[in-house]
Design a binder for this molecule. Sequence first.
Ligand code: NZQ
Ligand code: ZN
Length: 412
Amino acid sequence: MSRMRHSRCTGPMTRHYTPIKTNDKNIKEMYNFEFKNPVKLIFGKGTIARIAEEIPARSKVMLTFGGGSVKRNGVYEQVMKALAGRDVVEFWGIEPNPKYETLVEAISLARREGVDFLLAVGGGSVIDGTKFIAAAIPYEGEAWDIITRHDAVTKAVPLATVLTLPATGSEMNNGAVISRRSTHEKFPFHSDLVYPRFSVLDPCVTFSLPKKMVAAGLADTFVHVMEQYMTYPVDARVMDRWAEGLLQTVMEISPAAMSDEPDYDTMANFMLCATMGLNGFIAMGVPQDWATHMIGHELTALHEITHGVTLAIVLPQLLRVMRDDKHDKLLQYAERVLGITDGDDESRIDDAIRRTEEYFHSLGIATRLSDYGVGQNTVDEIVRRFTERGAVWGERNDVTPDKVRMILEKAL
Ligand code: NZQ
Ligand code: ZN
């Protein structure tokens, strides 16, 4: 990655989810950026009934689902009622951390049926899988190219979503993360062609979520914001305060969201935090990290650990290893988000990291690799993979394989 030039009038530029990395520690100004998010949000009680008016009447629609939660909580029934009389085909079985091997079956079905609109009904996995299907239907080569070649997606079938799990932000962004069962790999891809046309967010659908998924969704939302906030200051005051507002809101609603009977307002706020956490808004003009995510993806690829849980394992240790790089933002977070004002700088930072890890514990998430039966072999394998791929992460490209080893060994 080349070193970026920076002066009063020429700065590095961020685009949503494709941050420019820089080793220049002197950059203190807001980055240039472009921003466009075309997703129409339809939010609130009873909104699933609205989907028919948003989908072109003559479309042949493929509905995509996960393992069946939507049949148990009434979401499937609402979708089918809304689409009564429309030409639809159903694809079931997109699993958590959607697998390429499953998605190729959906691609074949869609091509056979002449599908020209996709409606994902589910969590991030169903939505991500559907983005991949949308890009793969018109693609002539092997669909896996979409993951490995940045220029592969030149066309996509339009898609929309009915979200059932607040967490990933996939309902309002252009990214997807796809796994390959045969090789235990998991990689993201991005294309503006896979932004959903619209996303329906009815917070009532979340009442059937198991607590573990609520916890993972809260952790995922929290870490998405941290990836775009916990870097170094560039005087992006609006972005910082939006991010801090999201972090505070997520922490504030967590006890109620984790209670036996969460109320509507809590889940509505949770849903909005999750969507706003990864739709590009808080990425405007700021550096981004994403190292926690890239390390977390490997833990899921190798051990099927739930995405949000992997982040709760990695983030506290990443903050410990990278604390000097993130010094100024850690202090800002300590004071503005956690209200820590006593003690010298280093003890405030210690407190802030400890409180972050305790927040994950408050969600019932264990944060040691040993809690998941993961040991040194996995650390070695992840470091080997990153070394072989020449992968470096973080807002300054300085989360090298050696740093990844330090982070993961601290989490053992
Ligand atoms: O499959 P079904 O039966 O529907 O059950 C699901 C699944 O077992 C269940 N569930 C979903 N909504 C429910 C429900 N159960 C009861 N009631 C409901 N309302 O929850 C389980 C997990 O679902 P999943 O979709 O896997 O969870 P999540 O939304 O957390 O998605 C995780 C995937 O998204 C990726 C992750 O890496 C992971 O593969 N991410 C996608 C991102 C993006 N596109 O921007 C960013 C994220 O950082 C993340 O990487
Ligand atoms: Zn995530």
